[in-house]
Ligand binder design. Structure first.
Ligand SMILES: [Fe+2]
Length: 327
């Protein structure tokens, strides 16, 4: 089947997945989970909000935890852009082409723009810069738990994967992998990238928009087992939801954790490069279960249907369970 063309001259320059903003009920408990088990480092915090980063990251934060008395949710996922001029172009383009965009004032961020690319799309905050902080790769006493390195991607479910796929191509994303229905040819899932590895934003088919997981890179298998072992020690053993296991391409050793509010965090090993124009996407049919998990059992039902809502947005347009090729 043909897929929408990738724009080589997108209207503004998104460079990578950048940061996610989660609402949590008990900030102290969440910080214990994220620092002691996963190995995040706190860049700043007060009684209501904490800014965290991985030990490789030199930008101020890749995850923001915000205390709430309401229900846990995600406020938005974040992407970096090349410059403030890109944000001004994004403001004009999205407001004129079926999306939304409004400038927002965020601590520790340069000019930022809260957007939706299209109706039914997840809220995405575009950010033009952050303060630089020390990388802690060589600061071994500062490293804990799974020694999380850096944010890699998000997976969101949306009701209209083909529509969101086409909109993302218009904005310069490239597909590294996608799955089509064996009978209808409709696109059911897609890995979309800007930064030169296989994914910044992964789309799945289900009632949406919802955030299935945020995915972080760790150094090796030992980091994955160490995080899981510490989760067991600290009483979060059942929060290790799925894995360790292997996805199909791209070098996808994975494990999924649920944080104390149910937000799902994936750890993966460093993904392969996907950068050159002649790199073609992997394509899979909906009956090829090896595209998700080549060996072992499939994901548990809660992995398929439990996800983080975006604050103030009621999911619509599909089933609760995310489509997977595992049936
Ligand atoms: Fe993922």
């Amino acid at each position: 089947m043909s897929i929408p063309p990738v724009s080589t001259t997108p209207p503004f320059n998104i460079t990578r997945a950048s940061h996610v903003r989660y609402y949590v009920k008990d900030l102290a408990e969440s910080l214990r989970f994220y620092t002691e088990i996963l190995g995040f480092v706190i860049s700043d915090q007060d009684a209501d909000v904490a800014y965290l980063r991985g030990i490789e990251e030199s930008c101020h934060h890749s995850i923001v935890l915000m205390r709430t008395k309401g229900e846990p949710a995600a406020e938005c996922i974040g992407m970096r852009v090349g410059s403030e001029d890109d944000l001004r172009r994004a403001y004009e383009y999205l407001n004129a082409n079926g999306g939304t965009a409004e400038f927002v004032d965020r601590p520790y961020q340069s000019l930022s723009l809260l957007t939706t690319f299209a109706a039914g799309a997840p809220p995405i905050e575009l950010c033009s810069g952050m303060p630089v902080v020390p990388r802690l790769l060589n600061n071994f006493p500062a490293q804990k738990g799974g020694r999380v390195l850096r944010l890699d991607h998000y997976q969101c479910v949306v009701a209209d994967v083909p529509g969101m796929f086409a909109k993302c191509m218009e904005l310069g994303f490239r597909p590294s992998k996608y799955t089509t229905h064996v009978d209808t040819g409709q696109i059911l899932s897609a890995f979309l990238t800007r930064k030169g590895n296989p994914h910044d934003l992964v789309l799945g088919q289900a009632a949406g928009p919802r955030l299935h997981h945020s995915s972080y890179v760790v150094s090796d298998l030992q980091a994955i087992f160490r995080a899981a072992d510490i989760a067991g020690n600290l009483g979060y053993g059942r929060n290790v939801e799925h894995g360790p296991g292997r996805h199909g391409p791209p070098n996808g050793i994975f494990i999924y954790f649920r944080d104390p509010d149910g937000h799902r965090i994936e750890f993966i090993l460093p993904p392969m490069q996907f950068m050159d124009p002649e790199d073609l996407p992997n394509t899979w049919l909906s009956t090829q279960s090896v595209s998700l998990v080549p060996w072992g059992g499939g994901p548990p039902q809660r992995w398929r249907e439990e996800m983080t809502k975006f604050a103030g947005i009621e999911p619509s347009g599909g089933t609760l369970a995310r489509w997977t090729s595992m049936g």
